[in-house]
Write a protein that binds this ligand. Structure first.
Ligand SMILES: NC(=O)c1ccc[n+]([C@@H]2O[C@H](COP(=O)([O-])OP(=O)(O)OC[C@H]3O[C@@H](n4cnc5c(N)ncnc54)[C@H](OP(=O)(O)O)[C@@H]3O)[C@@H](O)[C@H]2O)c1
Length: 230
């Protein structure tokens, strides 16, 4: 049984991921603000924590013991235009989407490199590859993809695997922040004429967290169904 820390494992993509990990017999530690949706999930521990508090992460991690896998999934997006973006919202977004994941990697990679084993999955977005109307969202996700490469370089030689995923739009609450016209435009660019399901994204996260070959390290798996072929 692996011990797996997943941020935002209580809703959307994270919740689907927590369910699959639990069904496969693993112990999940969900870090998020609201203790919801987890009551029937076996081997699941909830820790109420607001990831805007980046400076408290070090102390949080010391209470958790040995962890085999870190999944940086929590993320937010705002419907704000670049020239009228409230400073507080920008700072919160950068903390949750970028600084907190990097702090978690920093705090947990030492125990993983000491054991010469561990996996980290960062949930980025196609926005980090092609840009996005929420410019700070796109910048945060581009940063996370880049951090994935940097950390894989640093910890890969010590037995730790760090990868990212870059989904296009997924059927979760986050989709409600995207205007209808943009959603329709996205649907015209994908092969299947639909958004991804949270389960499809969760299956990929679980694969990287548990099953993918160790030779896949420092990469970003695209899940965009043709909207950004490369
Ligand atoms: N949905 C999409 O179209 C899409 C596409 C590409 C990438 N993604 C990425 O996928 C990840 C999951 O998104 P989702 O679609 O599943 O969205 P979601 O349903 O809105 O879930 C967001 C998660 O982040 C957590 N979270 C938000 N603020 C937090 C905070 N201050 N501290 C700790 N946790 C916080 C939430 O839990 P609490 O509210 O309880 O704190 C929730 O579990 C995000 O990183 C997102 O950027 C989503």
């Amino acid at each position: 049984m692996k011990r797996i820390l997943i941020t935002g494992g209580n809703k959307g993509i994270g919740l689907e991921t927590t369910k699959i990990l639990s069904e496969r017999g693993h112990h999940t530690i969900v870090v998020a603000r609201e203790n919801v949706n987890l009551e029937n999930i076996k081997n699941c521990q909830f820790i109420g924590y607001d990831l805007r508090n980046v400076s408290g992460i070090k102390a949080l991690v010391t209470t958790l013991g040995e962890l085999d896998v870190l999944i940086n999934n929590s993320g937010i997006m705002h419907a704000c235009s670049f020239d009228n973006y409230p400073t507080q919202l920008k700072e919160d977004l950068l903390r949750i989407n970028l600084e907190a994941p990097i702090e978690l990697i920093t705090c947990l990679s030492k125990q993983m490199t000491d054991r010469k084993s561990g996996r980290i999955v960062n949930v980025a977005s196609v926005a980090g590859q092609i840009g996005h109307p929420d410019v700070w969202y796109a910048i945060s996700k581009a940063g996370l993809i880049n951090a994935t490469k940097s950390f894989a370089k640093l910890v890969g030689p010590h037995g730790v695997i760090v990868n990212a995923i870059a989904p296009g739009p997924v059927e979760t609450d986050m989709l409600n922040t995207i205007p209808v016209a943009r959603k329709e435009a996205v649907l015209r660019t994908v092969y299947s004429g639909r958004f991804a399901t949270a389960k499809e994204i969760a299956d990929t996260i679980v694969w990287l967290a548990l099953d993918s070959p160790e030779y896949i390290n420092g990469t970003c798996i695209d899940l965009n169904n043709g909207s950004f072929p490369r």
